[in-house]
Write a new protein. Structure first.
Lengths: 92, 131
């Protein structure tokens, strides 16, 4: 599954970007720094940063860890992700 | 988080697997390997996924739900429903707090981002002029 996701790379990085923006948006609403989110979610802060920049394709468990740190339900994160996706690249 | 059993499965992954299976069912029982093929995944991939034995990546889930004609939101809604069935104590419903400080922070992030973009653009223009 890892390397094989690259069907239509452009589309896909758009999704990662939207996910990253959603994480950043909720983190900002929670007034958390990347470091604080990282320690709450038990993820390295650099990894939080690269997810937010849309450079990472996190696993499902990592998404769950993020929702613990952000104190939202996964469905809330996905709602914001879908909004970011619809807003396009100039969304944030 | 999560109940772990001896297989290394967690309640969350089992619920996710059930949700994927449910969507495939609703789509009219597409064969598992057809789903993999259309989603650009390896052969036989959803098998272990539906059993909760793998920890799929974000884009894999996007590809699978899209292939089945659903959104990621649909999958996660079913997932949360399934998870509540397996583990009623899962899920967190903390209140959202959009405070003024948070909004200010978001604004700051946006400004920082815009600045970075502008700087990158300037650098690119400069390089073009030099070259």
């Amino acid at each position: 599954m890892h390397g094989k996701d690259r069907c239509g790379t452009r589309d896909i990085s758009r999704e990662q970007t939207a996910l990253g923006r959603a994480v950043r948006e909720i983190r900002a609403r929670r007034c958390l720094s990347q470091e604080e989110l990282g320690s709450d979610a038990r993820i390295h802060r650099n990894y939080v940063g690269s997810i937010e920049r849309g450079e990472m394709n996190p696993t499902f468990r990592t998404l769950l860890k993020l929702t613990v740190g952000l104190r939202v339900k996964l469905s809330d994160l996905i709602v914001i992700y879908e909004r970011q996706l619809a807003d396009g690249p100039q969304g944030l | 988080m999560g109940l772990k059993d001896s297989d290394g499965q967690t309640a969350e992954l089992v619920a996710l697997g059930k949700a994927v299976r449910r969507l495939r069912e609703r789509h009219g029982w597409v064969p598992q390997n057809a789903v993999c093929f259309d989603a650009g995944l390896g052969d036989g991939y959803p098998g272990p996924l539906e059993l909760g034995r793998t920890n799929p990546r974000f884009l894999t889930l996007v590809a699978i739900t899209r292939t089945l004609g659903f959104t990621l939101g649909d999958l996660i809604a079913v997932y949360e429903h399934k998870l509540a069935g397996i583990d009623p104590h899962a899920g967190h419903d903390a209140p959202v707090c959009p405070t003024p400080e948070a909004l200010a922070h978001l604004h700051e992030l946006n400004t920082e981002w815009a600045e970075l973009q502008a700087r990158a653009l300037r650098r690119r223009l400069l390089r073009r002029r030099v070259g």
